[in-house]
Design a protein around this ligand. Structure first.
Ligand SMILES: *[C@@H]1O[C@H](CO)[C@@H](O)[C@H](O)[C@H]1NC(C)=O
Ligand SMILES: *[C@@H]1O[C@H](CO)[C@@H](O)[C@H](O)[C@H]1NC(C)=O
Length: 410
């Protein structure tokens, strides 16, 4: 009795002789039972179980041992067993009442009594499984419920998480509600190590275990930078087994290239990974008097050209990027139209706080100089109000100088 070594656990094994009852049985908990007249004559060597070998070994064979022997193996793997296997029967599988299209292919062990569905265990396999056996126009059904536990969000490896530069982002890592992983670890994987990932350094604004629930091991980045893009791995131990989930953080950035002569600017949407992006659009975000947000004009494309002189284009622009299953994220860009000295309208960006501070300082200095000049002017004016006094002071000082000169001569 050889099965492919796909069983993650040691199954229940039952050997019986057709119409003669149990020969030997071993429960999942390890207890063994022998049928009458078989005691200590039969065994299944434990050492071969790992290889999927559940063959029965009979010692001191007797005449009465002849006949048909039937085996039953149960495990958590889905399989459909029909005994004896009807020649020419076909087998279909359904999951939650819809036909199941296997990704790895159904291992239809034709000619044996089993039909096995072998799939990588993912959350999408959870549900009610039915195997439908068609034989000569008759249908036989058997159902079983299957629960796959592990990291349920994200549900598959290499899921992409999108975030705009400067925004906050959550890297999800949620285990099944009943699972509490021990020794949870987050790592950022160094680029270029696809097969044997090497852990690198986590970003400075990275924090994990903020959730109240122990099955939620999600992490967050307070402020995403371009350098934070790349692959991350979350892992935790469940019953001695290490479960891991890899994901990729994709960072989005927007910029503007003004063109001097035509009075327009080109807004561009940039992502560190565009492999899942199918579409881009730029929308103008408008706020009414009550502060309610709505979407104004819309332009398709990764890069769009907008007029710099039109006052309607002032404010917030958002680049939305889409994948096959809908919107993936967005990034905003702010445009300010400032009236310059020449009366012309010019383009400015919200990131020019430094320039504003510099300008304010210059104005302040100018004001101070003006105030000082005014003060000087006022003082001079006050002295001219008493011209006689000035003459007296002058005369007195001249007389004193004369006297001193005479004394020196003497
Ligand atoms: C602003 O809100 C008030 C009261 O809710 C409403 O009557 C008015 O129509 C709103 N104005 C706009 C421009 O939406
Ligand atoms: C951009 O994404 C945020 C967060 O998902 C959303 O609240 C916002 O409405 C989006 N903006 C636009 C213009 O789509």
């Amino acid at each position: 009795c050889k099965c492919s070594p796909l069983y993650p656990f040691i199954p229940t094994i039952l050997w019986s002789k057709a119409n003669k009852g149990t020969v030997w049985r071993k429960e999942r908990n390890g207890l063994q039972y022998w049928g009458y007249s078989w005691f200590q004559r039969v065994r299944c060597p434990n050492s071969r179980f790992e290889k999927g070998d559940f063959s029965l070994q009979i010692n001191n064979v007797r005449e009465g041992d002849g006949g048909v022997v039937v085996k039953v193996v149960t495990s958590v793997i889905n399989y459909c067993k029909v005994t004896p296997w009807p020649h020419g029967a076909t087998v279909r599988w359904t999951l939650n009442n819809s036909p199941f299209v296997p990704q790895a292919g159904i291992a239809a062990n034709r000619g044996t009594t089993e039909n096995v569905v072998r799939e990588k265990a993912t959350a999408r396999l959870t549900g009610n499984w039915t195997c439908v056996v068609d034989y000569k126009g008759k249908e036989g059904r058997a159902s079983a419920a299957l629960a796959v536990k592990g990291v349920i969000h994200p549900s598959k490896d290499d899921t992409k998480v999108y975030a705009a530069v400067g925004s906050a982002v959550t890297l999800p890592c949620v285990f099944s509600p009943s699972l509490i992983p021990s020794n949870p670890v987050w790592e950022k994987l160094k680029p270029g190590f696809l097969f044997k990932p090497a852990p690198g350094r986590l970003p400075t604004s990275f924090s994990s275990s903020f959730s109240q629930h122990p099955s939620d091991q999600s992490a967050s980045l307070k402020e995403v930078g371009l350098e934070d893009e790349g692959r991350y791995r979350c892992s935790g131990s469940i019953a001695g087994q290490r479960l891991t989930r890899n994901m990729q953080l994709v960072v989005a950035k927007s910029n503007s290239i003004p063109s001097k002569d035509t009075g327009s600017a080109t807004l561009t949407c940039q992502l560190t990974d565009t492999s899942e992006v199918t579409d881009y659009e730029w929308v103008h975000v408008v706020y009414d008097l009550n502060g309610t947000r709505s979407v104004g004009s819309l332009q398709k494309g990764k890069s769009v050209s907008i007029s710099r002189v039109s006052k309607e284009n002032q404010g917030e622009w958002a680049c939305r990027f889409y994948g096959r299953d809908g919107i993936l994220g967005n990034i905003t860009y702010h445009i300010q139209l400032m009236s310059g000295l020449s009366g012309q309208t010019s383009l400015g960006v919200s990131h020019n706080t430094a320039a504003m501070v510099g300008l304010s300082f210059l104005l302040l200095v100018l004001l101070l100089i003006l105030a000082q000049m005014y003060k000087n002017h006022r003082r001079r004016k006050r002295i001219f109000q008493y011209p006689a006094l000035e003459t007296i002071v002058h005369t007195v000082s001249n007389e004193r100088e004369e006297r001193e000169r005479k004394q020196v001569k003497n």
